[in-house]
Design a protein around this ligand. Structure first.
Ligand code: CUA
Length: 275
């Protein structure tokens, strides 16, 4: 609490100074705050070690110390200091980092109750595809062994839950509603990152990793890959559009209806039964 108050009273934000773009998500300020706190600690370490380095240059200058000491340091001060550092770091990790992380991950159940938009973000060399659950709100059953093309959502064709699912090139979401993104990949490890929303997660080919945020304003920005994944890594950029709920609902309904019509052709009567 004391630390937080101290840092809140410092108006200067090193993260902003170093180019962190404006925040657009509900939880984002706390992430920016954490980056600031860590940066202040790094600045303190940099200044401290630089001063110690300069002190050592003069203190152990060869002209002042013509004979080498074969005993070195005799006091136990450095050992005590090292044990002290280990204790402080253990307290930071067990007392602060883990409880704060579990508090954040525990909100998942809460987000689920708020009728979130659910999208799967599928990375591949070298772009993203977005798999929406459609109007029924349920993803079709996923079988990763079915992968037929880069970015394939791998929906089992027989599962009726997947018949209104649709896939897009751009990520479109409504403003002011929580979004759960399930991040995955169809080839190597990528990293899904939207800096203005302060979210980032690795994308693994064998897992869907959920993460969530609530966009605060209508806007458009880039979705980038944050993990070196091959020669095209730097071009692995897609687009996020945050739009009004009305406009999003129209888009979602239209694409969902199109998929359903397509499935009707493929599966014939069975679609009518599923409805
Ligand atoms: Cu995908 Cu870098």
């Amino acid at each position: 609490m004391f630390l937080q108050n101290t840092f809140n009273t410092i108006a200067f934000s090193p993260a902003e100074w170093m180019g962190l773009p404006k925040n657009y998500s509900a939880h984002g300020d706390s992430v920016g705050h954490m980056i600031d706190v860590v940066t202040w600690f790094m600045i303190a370490l940099f200044v401290g070690w630089t001063l110690f380095f300069l002190y050592s240059l003069f203190r152990f200058w060869h002209k002042k110390n013509p004979e080498a000491s074969y005993y070195g340091v005799k006091s136990h001060l450095s050992t005590h200091l090292e044990v002290g550092v280990i204790i402080v770091e253990a307290v930071l990790l067990l007392g602060f980092a883990l409880p704060l992380w579990s508090k954040r991950t525990d909100t998942f159940e809460q987000v689920l109750k708020e009728n979130p938009v659910r999208v799967r973000a599928i990375g591949f060399q070298f772009n993203w595809k977005f798999h929406y659950a459609g109007e029924d709100g349920k993803f079709g059953y996923i079988d990763r062994s079915l992968v037929s093309a880069p970015g394939d959502p791998c929906i089992v064709p027989e599962d009726p839950n997947g018949w209104d699912d649709f896939v897009t090139e751009k990520l479109r979401i409504p403003v002011g509603k929580p979004v759960i993104l399930q991040v995955t990949s169809t080839d190597v490890i990528h990293n899904f990152s939207i800096i203005p929303m302060r979210i980032q997660s690795d994308a693994f080919p064998d897992k869907d990793i959920p993460m969530w945020f609530t966009p605060l304003e209508e806007m458009e920005t880039s979705v980038v890959c944050g993990q070196l994944c091959g020669l095209g890594h730097a071009n692995m950029v897609s687009t996020l559009v945050v739009e009004s709920e009305k406009s999003f609902n129209e888009f979602s309904k239209q694409r969902s209806d199109e998929s359903k019509a397509e499935s009707k052709k493929l599966h014939g009567e069975k679609v009518a039964v599923a409805e």
